[in-house]
Design a protein around this ligand. Structure first.
Ligand SMILES: Cc1ncc(COP(=O)(O)O)c(C=O)c1O
Length: 477
């Protein structure tokens, strides 16, 4: 039997230490176990522990103090608190954000700004070379079926690969339970279309990714914002209350690494959520586009793992980890499967054949897990560096989330500074960010910004420094 590779062991140890740091077992400035203690505790060689500690040191989480040991790194002088649980109004609202969104989309096309706005994955962390090789080979086969419609539910080998992976998220999916879509956003769109009609109320996490708010606007639905905790996600008590007082037709969540909050609902709470909705026969549309991008520990489960009534519609895509341009997403729609297949066929017929084949071959040929391990490490490191820069450069009174996965950071500006004003000022100074106004139909987050933490480099470090100065200037004004 092959022995477990050493790299895997040191990564496990690094993940364990990261988990302790995130959960507060070891706080900034405190000493973590010595190399010897850790090697005994974990039954690992000293060299594995050393390798793990070096990795964490390089990623900026710990530092070595000569003659003393390894310490959790602190940002001198201060650490920023997290935003509090959101407290939106009790009434549902129509969404009217398209003008603002299109203005920000147009601005984001400007190549001359430092991009801290759009939640784009880091291009250097996509498996571009392998994707190019696979697509060149597929194109060379000159197989005419490449140019044929691939009708719903989509490419079978790809659905097989997704079903195999689903066991890692606590799910027992069959290839026949899955339908391929053009990106995750189409998956959510079709789900809303299947279970809601204009005027219906959809309960959502608050804040909520603006792309899905746009879908609510397009479908003429009303959004009922539910208080959401920056670590643990949706408040189930508040949701229960909302269900008792409103005819809610669907609930929309990003239970793993919400965009923009970074919250991740604990698995036991996911089960409670699914059971609560099952008692009221309400469908749950859960958008899991970033579930694979956890920084430490193990893959969080998906709500679908607890679905006994076929009410959970699990949506995801390969946009954040393989390629957003290929536009390959998928949905496991439970009892709404035939409706979704009909809607997919009616609205877009098929997802491009070539894109599906490329992703299927990438997954089949192995190396996806290794790729994921690498990008998780990088995103975790970049998030730590960006968070440290915000902590260092932004004035007191700022609050910031502590995401345990994904690559967006949610920042609450001090003294009720208007984030749209900061947006305009930053844009004039060559920096883009996403203002909080986009993440709520009732403008709950006018004093928040979302920062893309996928990338770290000197221009970004400088841009954050300048942004901090702008926030200070707006504050003192
Ligand atoms: C939460 C969330 N859902 C969906 C999407 C869009 O996914 P896709 O590009 O696969 O349609 C994004 C992209 O930023 C996202 O952040």
């Amino acid at each position: 039997m092959p022995t477990e590779p050493e790299t895997y062991r040191y990564e496990q140890i690094a993940s364990q230490v990261m988990h302790w740091i995130e959960q507060g077992t070891y706080r900034p400035g405190e000493r973590i176990p010595s190399l010897r203690q850790m090697s005994q505790q974990q039954s690992a060689s000293i060299s594995s522990v050393l390798q793990a500690y070096t990795l964490l040191e390089n990623r900026g989480f710990i530092e070595v103090r000569p003659q003393s040991g390894y310490y959790v790194r602190d940002v001198p002088g201060k650490s920023l608190p997290e935003p509090e649980i959101s407290s939106p109004s009790l009434d549902p609202n129509h969404v009217n954000l398209h003008d603002l969104m299109m203005r920000i989309v147009r601005d984001s096309l400007n190549p001359n700004v430092v991009q801290l706005g759009a939640a784009m994955p880091n291009l250097e962390l996509l498996p571009t070379e392998r994707l190019n090789r696979i697509s060149a080979r597929l194109v060379r086969t000159a197989d005419p079926t490449l140019h044929q419609y691939l009708l719903p539910p989509g490419l079978e080998p790809l659905r097989v690969q997704i079903a195999r992976r689903a066991t890692q998220w606590g799910c027992d999916l069959l290839p026949g339970d899955i339908m391929i879509t053009s990106g995750g956003i189409e998956a959510v769109d079709l789900c809303l279309h299947a279970v809601c009609k204009p005027g219906d109320i959809v309960a959502i996490e608050s804040p909520m990714y603006f792309g899905t708010l746009q879908l609510i606007e397009v479908h003429g639905l009303k959004a009922l914002e539910i208080p959401t905790n920056p670590r643990e996600g949706l408040s189930l008590e508040a949701l229960q209350f909302a269900i008792e007082h409103n005819p809610i037709k669907a609930v929309l969540t990003i239970s793993n690494f919400n965009n923009p909050l970074g919250s991740c609902m604990p698995d036991e709470k996911k089960q409670e959520l699914v059971e609560l909705l099952a008692r009221h026969d309400i469908p749950l549309i859960d958008n899991d586009v970033s579930g694979e991008l956890y920084y430490a520990g193990k893959r969080p489960w998906v709500t679908k793992a607890f679905d006994k009534k076929g009410l959970v519609m699990l949506c995801s895509s390969f946009s954040k980890d393989i390629s957003p341009a290929l536009r390959v997403g998928w949905v496991a729609p439970g009892r709404f499967k035939s409706q979704l297949e009909w809607l997919k066929f009616t609205t877009s017929s098929a997802t491009p054949n070539l894109s599906q084949l490329i992703v299927a071959e990438f997954l089949e040929s192995g190396g996806y897990d290794q790729h994921l391990r690498r990008i998780r490490r990088e995103y975790s490191r970049n998030m730590a560096l960006i968070s440290q820069a915000v902590t260092r450069d932004f004035p007191g009174g700022t609050r910031v989330t502590r995401p345990a996965g994904g690559f967006v950071l949610w920042v609450q500006l001090p003294d009720r500074i208007d984030a749209l004003e900061l947006y305009t000022l930053a844009q004039r100074n060559g920096i883009s960010l996403t203002p909080g106004a986009l993440f709520s139909p009732s403008n709950q987050f006018f004093n928040f910004i979302r920062i893309n933490a996928a990338l770290w480099n000197i221009p970004i470090e400088r841009a954050l420094h300048r942004l901090g100065d702008m926030v200070s200037a707006l504050r003192s004004r």
